[in-house]
Design a protein around this ligand. Structure first.
Ligand code: NAP
Length: 360
């Protein structure tokens, strides 16, 4: 496999640092450039991150002395020097939209963590195990942008990365109604206990915009490509409550589900056990060997014990049982900054490379 040169846009941030750490020694990707706001531009990556470095591994030596470029002012320099960019920036939504389109129009594909383009109709939003085939919309997007190579692909929000992977493989039983409560880590807000001490011994029953994303984004994942755009599915129907809890990493979901054709408990467990997506079949470097892990013990999965399963890329499920109002209920867990952010985007980039979309 050839090596692809990549840039991390937003490299100094929490997700950007996660990218840097995951891409150190990646078999396919070499980080050739890092970029952030004009405040960081001109400093070395080591100096620009400084005491903000929040990964529990040291800053990668191969990147520490790279001079940080300006994400907005150095597009002409960055785009031609790499095969594609990862993007995770904290800017106004319209500014992110414009920034990502500018890279795409400079013939540099963008794999994005940001929410700005998730509902642009010809931008695929992909969880590689579930809807890798939505990449088929890329030629239509390229036509709209007037590009040969450049395009934008996004990953979905971190909250749904626990419950949608558990539900999507059950589509043959026709998932009708889903009620989910998510218990979300503080790193999802870009925080640690040092920067958000109010979260110690506390629960906050509100995360801005999260419930809407948790209800709406799954429908795009279930959608189909029609006339060059992805049309969201009208079903299943989702209702969500998203709650911030005092854990560092890991989003847990408590799910209630009703089916059109109610499966047996054994059928659900077998579907989860046997499930393999495109990354497993193609043996992509960041793919977990087993995507969905079911725990029989009634007090599992637990955030602290299981969030790092298979490099933080697997989903843990437990407590499947019948419900009095829905058909079943269960709990599920995924790592929000690995599977739910940088790890999910790296896996998406691996998929797009395997499909030939990153070729020159
Ligand atoms: P963060 O820690 O605040 O980092 C933000 C990054 O954006 C930094 O590199 C920052 O550079 C850069 N930036 C800020 N203003 C800029 C500007 N005007 N021009 C260019 N770059 C600018 O944020 P984060 O938590 O990593 O999140 C980044 C994105 O990922 C957000 O869209 C967020 O919604 C999304 N996301 C986060 C998570 C999570 O778990 N944290 C999960 C999924 C998605 P400086 O250091 O120079 O300021």
């Amino acid at each position: 496999m050839k090596k692809y040169n990549v840039a991390i846009i937003g490299a100094t941030g929490m997700v950007g640092q996660r990218f840097a750490s995951l891409l150190e020694n990646h078999p396919w990707f070499n980080v050739a450039a890092v970029a952030a706001s004009p405040r960081s531009a001109g400093k070395t990556y080591r100096d620009a991150t400084g005491s903000r470095w929040c990964i529990n591994k040291p800053i990668p030596e191969s990147m520490a002395d790279l001079v940080v470029l300006s994400a907005t002012d150095d597009i002409d320099k960055i785009a031609p020097s790499v095969d594609f960019v990862f993007c995770a920036v904290d800017m106004k939504k319209d500014d992110i939209k414009a920034l990502e389109e500018a890279y795409a129009k400079a013939e540099c594909p963008v794999v994005s963590n940001n929410s700005a383009h998730r509902f642009t109709p010809d931008v695929p939003m992909i969880v590689p195990e579930l809807n890798h085939y939505h990449a088929d919309v890329i030629p239509f997007q390229r036509k709209r942008l007037g590009t040969k190579r450049g395009f934008i692909a996004v990953k979905s929000n971190c909250s749904l990365q626990s419950y949608v992977p558990a539900l999507f493989p059950l589509s043959s039983f026709v998932v009708e109604d889903v009620l989910v409560c998510t218990y979300q880590a503080i790193s999802g807000a870009g925080k640690t206990f040092e920067t958000w001490p109010e979260m110690l011994d506390n629960v906050i029953p509100f995360i801005g915009g999260e419930e809407e994303k948790s209800e709406k984004e799954p429908l795009k994942l279930w959608g189909d490509i029609k006339d060059g755009v992805i049309v969201s599915s009208p079903s299943p129907s989702f209702t969500a409550q998203c709650i911030r809890v005092p854990v560092s990493d890991g989003h847990l979901g408590a799910v209630f589900v009703r089916f059109k054709n109610k499966p047996s408990k054994e059928e659900i467990l077998k579907t989860w056990k046997d499930f393999q997506g495109y990354p497993q079949k193609m043996r992509l470097p960041s793919a977990p060997a087993q995507f969905l892990h079911y725990f029989e013990e009634e007090n599992m999965p637990q955030t602290k014990l299981h969030r790092d399963l298979e490099g933080g890329m697997a989903v843990s499920i437990g407590r499947l049982r019948e419900d009095t109002q829905y058909d079943y209920k269960f709990v599920c867990l995924s790592h929000n900054t690995l599977r739910g952010a940088a790890g999910g985007a790296v896996l998406l980039a691996e998929q797009l490379c395997a499909q030939g979309y990153m070729d020159k």
